[in-house]
Design a protein around this ligand. Structure first.
Ligand code: AMP
Length: 530
């Protein structure tokens, strides 16, 4: 019997584009433009170095880099060697980066030139020896035992661009999301999960070599995987925004983007800056939003600005690979379909399954609210080294035999056409400017640094149901310590999780079950008098 065909991997589409049109532009970073061949010239050296220096059993490599050739070439180089990548975020506090690095089990770290200074502060805190791949000349801090630098000088050879032997179960990437117990949760997305998404996206979005694609998402956010790989799969050009850009939306005109993908918060910010004039973005042919609820007001304004584009609201958690449902906006009919002013999340991608269930994991009748569960080839296998959390969220439903479903925690209602409407969360997970946050994770830090149990994190202010920040609400604490408390949070939490301000309440309101009543606190904030 012949061996089953090797599954394609996340990088296959890039290789196809590289081989068919090597001199097409693959990446435009500010004024720098790299063809597919030039980008692989960079990435292929990293692949070769990893192949030469790492044991085959080393399956994942961390990458500390941001919006640079080092970041994009690094990811391609790691994937090219048949390994998965673990993106680390230079904007995160050192402590969190160390936790993620340790939990990932990575023995090798690739560092972009823009992060070399951060490496110097990271190294003394590492308790495991690391291989360090610094794919740039000079400038690197001296690497001392027990760590070792690999490939700095040897990066001469370029590996052949062909799919390494890959097991579909191997991780394509490993990401961390906020965890309610105070420790970020690792989600390993396998090559076959990623390929399932890419194959569907290729059909759905039919992107082509002439496309110019946005790259708005941080590499630690899985929606960035769509940015990079749907673009390179099509032989198109990736146009990341630089950190100093006022708002990513200004790049649409500057770079004549044709494909846009962001969280609605980015569009909201553009709207507040008055950038969404009618027909402002004539080059766009796709306007994709995902990651948080999209309001009908914003969809209407964006559609008018990007009037030649198809606007879709995508929905999906990291655990089910990028996005798994879609709703196509139609200005004539969609506003009437919105529930509580929010655009529906629509229908599952072909081949993926959705089911709304009650507390006993039995399906709810059409039209009733239930927790959305997701099944199919995009659903990952669980949380890294955390069987307990995995067992809670990756479950069997009463009526579907052995199939494993991911419980999203999202509340939805489905109509008789099968269209899904997003109704909110059944827990304390929120989105802050599109970033996923478990409020309890902030509560824990806040309580520790403020040395009181009477401390709560609240998403605030809210507009159209989404939060643009976090505030801390404390009771019985000394207000003169607020600045210190916020500064202490900054050393532990990413910027978007740090309270912007502390409010002092005489008492923290409790609900009938004696639990903190976050709804009541939000009401009190709305009525807060300075
Ligand atoms: P993440 O893992 O960061 O992608 O976050 C996943 C969560 O973001 C989902 O479980 C939802 O709560 C929320 N989310 C993603 N897309 C949408 C959407 N289109 N509408 C409403 N919520 C969304």
């Amino acid at each position: 019997m012949s061996a089953p065909p090797q599954p394609r991997s996340l990088i296959s589409g890039f290789f196809r584009s590289l081989l068919s049109a090597p001199s097409s532009p693959s990446l435009e970073l500010g004024d720098l433009s790299l063809t597919y061949e030039q980008l692989w010239n960079y990435a292929g050296r990293i692949t070769a170095s990893l192949q030469d220096n790492l044991a085959p059993s080393e399956k994942v490599v961390a990458v500390l880099a941001s919006r640079s050739v080092g970041a994009y070439g690094g990811i391609l180089g790691i994937l090219g060697s048949g390994r998965g990548y673990v993106p680390l975020n230079p904007k995160f506090p050192l402590e969190r980066t160390l936790v993620m690095l340790k939990a990932s089990g990575c023995k090798t770290l690739l560092v972009g030139q823009e992060c070399s200074a951060m490496l110097a502060s990271l190294l003394p805190h590492l308790d495991q020896p690391l291989n360090l791949l610094l794919p740039y000349p000079g400038g690197a801090p001296e690497i001392r035992a027990p760590h070792r630098a690999i490939g700095v000088r040897e990066l001469k050879k370029v590996a052949d661009p062909h799919d390494a032997t890959i097991d579909g179960n191997d991780a394509a990437y490993l990401l961390f999301t906020s965890g309610s117990t105070g420790v970020p949760k690792g989600v390993a997305v396998s090559q076959s999960n990623a390929v399932a998404y890419m194959e569907y996206a290729a059909k759905r979005f039919a992107m082509h070599a002439g496309d110019r694609c946005s790259q708005n998402f941080d590499l630690t956010f899985d929606l960035s995987v769509h940015d990079l790989f749907t673009c390179w799969d099509a032989g198109a050009t990736l146009c990341p925004y630089a950190e100093q850009t006022l708002t990513p939306a200004t790049l649409i005109e500057e770079k004549e983007l044709t494909c846009w993908f962001s969280v609605p918060s980015v569009a909201m910010f553009a709207s507040k800056l008055g950038l969404l004039d009618p027909a402002a973005f004539p080059t766009l042919r796709w306007s994709l939003f995902c990651g948080e609820a999209l309001s009908s007001t914003l969809a209407t304004a964006w559609q008018a600005a990007a009037s030649n584009s198809i606007l879709e609201n995508l929905y999906g958690p990291t655990e089910a690979t990028i996005a798994i449902t879609y709703y196509r906006w139609d200005q004539a009919t969609s506003p009437a379909e919105c529930v509580r002013g929010l655009v529906p999340i629509g229908w599952p991608f072909d081949g993926q399954q959705v089911c709304a269930v009650d507390e006993d994991l039995a399906p709810v009748p059409i039209g009733e609210s239930g927790e959305l569960c997701l099944g199919g080839s995009q659903v990952t296998r669980g949380y890294l080294n955390d069987p307990e959390k995995t067992a809670k969220s990756f479950v069997r439903l009463k009526h579907t035999g052995d199939r494993i479903w991911y419980r999203t925690g999202d509340l939805v209602r489905q109509d008789d056409r099968g269209c899904l409407f997003y109704l909110g969360r059944r827990d304390f997970q929120v989105k802050v400017n599109g970033y996923r946050v478990e409020l309890q994770e902030i509560d824990l830090v806040l309580r520790e640094v403020a040395r009181t149990e009477l401390a709560v994190a609240i998403p605030w202010p809210l507009s159209d149901g989404s939060a643009s920040g976090i505030v801390g609400v404390l009771s019985g604490s000394d207000p003169t310590l607020d600045t210190q408390i916020i500064a202490a949070c900054e050393t532990r939490l990413p910027r978007y999780m740090v309270p912007n301000r502390i409010y002092h309440f005489p008492q923290i309101p409790l609900n009938v079950n004696g639990k903190i009543d976050r709804g009541k606190i939000t009401e009190m904030l709305a009525n807060w008098k300075q």
